[in-house]
Design a protein around this ligand. Structure first.
Ligand code: CO
Length: 208
């Protein structure tokens, strides 16, 4: 079992090793951050943004919650997006889901979990709007597809935010991507959902 003294010990070793390998590493990072990517992922412990992308400290701005949901009433997520896009000026926003997502699985069932049911409602809405095509699939394929559809819905939600649209309007290049991670083999897959301009989103979500 991992306890706090273990992680503190590991941290001492990591910091010493890192400084030995690259003496300026911490002093450079302490000056500030300029990541080029905002990662919006699931809170699942098996999908750490830096590890699976081969990126390190300073290279990716991260927001994670249960089932990588981007809700237009979530001040936390919206604040992260605004700061990343308008202040850090990231070039890419990545929504990364994963197959086998417990949040998506919970949302697809009828069990009541309490408070979290209100969060899962965002995913239930996605499932409900694709119910017919999902019902045509077998159980495994349906679960996989629900995870993919959730990523697509959250990519669309990112694109509907004022921060993304004001950046596009300013002419600064910014792309929103949808990826999915496979827990079984550690591979990321591009779902081909990339949006880089107003034309990529439904008219009703475009703001003047
Ligand atoms: Co998950």
């Amino acid at each position: 079992m991992t306890d706090i003294s273990t992680i503190l010990d590991q941290n001492q070793r990591w910091a010493a090793d890192r400084a030995a390998a690259e003496p300026q590493f911490f002093s450079e990072l302490a000056k500030g951050q300029s990541p080029k990517i905002l990662w919006i992922g699931c809170a699942d412990s098996r999908v750490p943004a830096t590890d699976v992308t081969g990126l390190g400290p300073g290279e990716v701005f991260v927001h994670r919650n249960i089932a990588n949901v981007v809700a237009h009433t979530d001040l936390n997520c919206l604040s992260v997006i605004q700061y990343a896009v308008e202040v850090l000026k990231v070039d890419h926003v990545v929504v990364c889901g994963h197959y086998g997502c417990g949040g998506v699985q919970a949302a697809s069932g009828d069990h009541a979990y309490g408070l979290i049911d209100n969060w899962l409602r965002h995913i239930k809405d996605v499932i409900a709007s694709h119910q017919e095509s999902l019902d045509a699939l077998d159980d495994d394929a349906r679960f996989d597809r629900m995870c993919e559809l959730n990523v697509a819905a959250q990519v669309a939600n990112v694109c509907a935010t004022a921060s993304i649209q004001s950046t596009w309007r300013s002419g600064r290049p910014l792309s929103v991507h949808g990826l999915i991670y496979d827990l079984k083999d550690g591979r990321l897959k591009d779902l081909g959902l990339t949006v880089s301009e107003f034309e990529g989103i439904p008219k009703v979500f475009r703001m003047a």
